[in-house]
Design a protein around this ligand. Structure first.
Ligand SMILES: Nc1ncnc2c1ncn2[C@@H]1O[C@H](COP(=O)(O)OP(=O)(O)OP(=O)(O)O)[C@@H](O)[C@H]1O
Ligand SMILES: [Mg+2]
Length: 254
């Protein structure tokens, strides 16, 4: 882990489709409303789409940075839609389907993450939307972060993949920086998932208890917003999922 004064949080999952991208965007919106200046990195190097979700058409993106044609500060762009009177959101866009990004090498990624940490000191918090999976690139993004926000649903395959991420981070990087977010779950389901994961991590990996950062309920309004390319925190600020994300975001206000 690179030491940094402001947190760099990797939002990761193992299994795909559990809610990382929508959580990243809603968490950024809520954090900006709570007074943070948020930096977002589209870390889904294979299928980046934060810019699409935000309806932005960046001129340059991470592919230019990896090709040595631009720096991270050159390509970052403000996201007025998510910016509030109290705080800002700034995006470092990726590019969907670009082979250079999908095949990013470990040294390239290490340089990129080092540059990101330098840049992140200009912001109060940085969020990385990490691709699904437990490939070396995903593990490196998590290992180089201040903390990994591990998103899982109560679905058994999502839990298995979440455990795989915890295990590989520990075995390959000696990293145990993970905090759990249970998505699309009731409070009871959330605490059951937390107990199962933390028990397995303690028993088989001898890891300390895994903190539970939050439980986000399944929310129709939230999924309606995602489907219509809206941000639930803007369109449905009173919805149950957004309220849970607001509570979770307050953890970063200390
Ligand atoms: N709390 C929730 N309530 C209802 N629907 C949700 C919730 N969280 C996520 N979803 C739905 O789950 C789907 C997947 O969400 P999202 O794209 O954010 O996942 P992802 O983890 O980024 O996926 P991928 O791994 O493909 O990048 C979306 O249709 C979204 O509406
Ligand atoms: Mg995603």
């Amino acid at each position: 882990m690179i030491k940094n004064i402001t947190p760099v949080l990797a939002i990761a999952s193992g299994k795909g489709g559990v809610g990382k991208t929508s959580l990243t965007l809603n968490l950024a919106t809520v954090l900006a409303r709570q007074g943070h200046n948020v930096l977002l990195l589209d870390g889904d190097t294979g299928l980046a789409n934060l810019d699409v979700q935000l309806n932005l058409q960046p001129e340059k993106d991470l592919a230019h940075v990896l090709a040595g044609q631009a720096t991270l500060s050159d390509i970052m762009l403000p996201v007025p839609k998510l910016t509030s009177t109290k705080g800002t959101v700034t995006l470092i866009p990726g590019r969907a389907g670009h082979s250079g990004l999908a095949n990013v090498t470990q040294p390239q990624l290490t340089t990129l993450l080092t540059d990101l940490h330098t840049l992140s000191s200009q912001f109060s918090i940085t969020l990385i939307d990490v691709a699904a999976g437990v490939a070396p690139a995903q593990l490196l993004m998590c290992a180089q972060s201040t903390s990994t926000l591990l998103v899982t649903t109560p679905d058994p395959s999502s839990l298995t993949d979440a455990y795989a991420l915890i295990k590989l981070l520990w075995q390959n990087h000696g990293t145990s920086n993970t905090r759990l977010i249970v998505n699309q779950a009731s409070k009871t389901e959330g605490s059951q998932v937390h107990t199962r994961l933390t028990t397995a991590a303690e028993k088989f990996l001898q890891l300390p208890p895994l903190p539970l950062l939050g439980v986000i309920p399944a929310d129709k309004l939230y999924s309606t917003a995602v489907k219509s390319q809206q941000i639930a925190a803007l369109s449905y600020p009173q919805s149950t999922a957004v309220t849970a994300i607001e509570t979770l975001a307050k953890t970063f206000n200390q």
